[in-house]
Design a protein around this ligand. Structure first.
Ligand SMILES: C[S@@+](CC[C@H](N)C(=O)[O-])C[C@H]1O[C@@H](n2cnc3c(N)ncnc32)[C@H](O)[C@@H]1O
Length: 243
């Protein structure tokens, strides 16, 4: 289990997207199994998304914009795409995006948004339990943004498999929460956020094949679903496949 954010320092140059991810505190469906099946995970997230109206203008995450703005477009895999702000932003910049999420509510909303913006040919949004399978395709970017869940799952295995899909020169971007935002679903005072170094270590990426380009914990001002702002911390890991 992990979560959202607060603290000093900010990145005023980057956008401050409204946090439109669902928050399990609003009467979340009860998950009895700490290791739910794909169907149960899908039911859980479908219900979370269905409780909130589809965002009319999903915004990209700040750290995605920072990391990807200098890169030429290519093929991107968005893991746990959620509201779709990242996928739409990437597609708008010319990337071809494969967006996966266990929630069909989320992926169908994203597909509709992509179509409405004339980006339908650049976004493939598919409901998929990414623990079970990833597409047999090659990518220049794997984006895993706030891939946090109220149940346990082997994120390392998913990230490791996704990293293997990168072409030489491609990048894996993993952004986790580093602090608990006041509107976060997880207000557990004992929650501990893995640092970027703790995320990368178990991936066991050979230094002859991979280079860590960024592993830091920057702060920013975030806007919650109710318009409140708070300073939050992100844990940012950017790894490049060099061979
Ligand atoms: C906290 S949200 C983050 C969404 C989005 N990436 C963002 O930055 O707002 C986590 C997302 O992961 C998805 N997810 C959780 N477990 C999954 C799984 N096993 N397979 C695919 N998607 C999953 C959820 O449906 C949810 O959309």
């Amino acid at each position: 289990m992990e979560h959202s954010d607060a603290a000093p320092h900010r990145n005023d140059a980057a956008p401050h997207p409204t946090d439109t991810t669902p928050h399990p505190t609003d009467a979340a469906p009860h998950l009895t199994d700490p290791h739910p099946s794909g169907d149960d995970a899908a039911r859980y997230w479908d219900s979370m998304y269905a409780r909130r109206p589809a965002p009319t203008d999903p915004r990209p995450n700040t750290r995605l914009v920072e990391a990807v703005t200098p890169l030429p477009p290519g093929d991107a895999l968005d893991l746990g795409c959620g509201g779709g702000g990242d996928a739409l932003w990437l597609a708008d910049r010319g990337w071809r995006v494969t967006a996966l999420d266990v929630s069909a509510v989320a992926t169908s909303r994203l597909a509709r948004q992509a179509h409405a913006r004339g980006l339908g040919d650049r976004v493939t949004a598919t409901p998929q339990d990414i623990r079970a399978a990833l597409p047999d395709l090659r990518f220049d970017l794997v984006n895993a943004h706030y891939f946090h869940t109220p149940y346990e799952q082997d994120r390392t295995a998913v990230l490791r498999s996704a990293a293997e899909l990168l072409r030489p020169g491609g990048r894996l971007l993993v952004v986790d929460h580093g602090s608990t935002a006041p509107w976060s679903w997880n207000q557990d005072p004992d929650v501990r956020y893995p640092t970027p170094r703790e995320v990368v270590a178990p991936l066991r990426l050979s230094p002859t094949q991979w280079r860590v380009e960024r592993a830091d914990m920057p702060h920013r001002i975030a806007v919650g679903p109710d318009g409140r702002t708070a300073e939050v911390i992100d844990h940012v890991l950017l790894v490049r496949r060099i061979a």
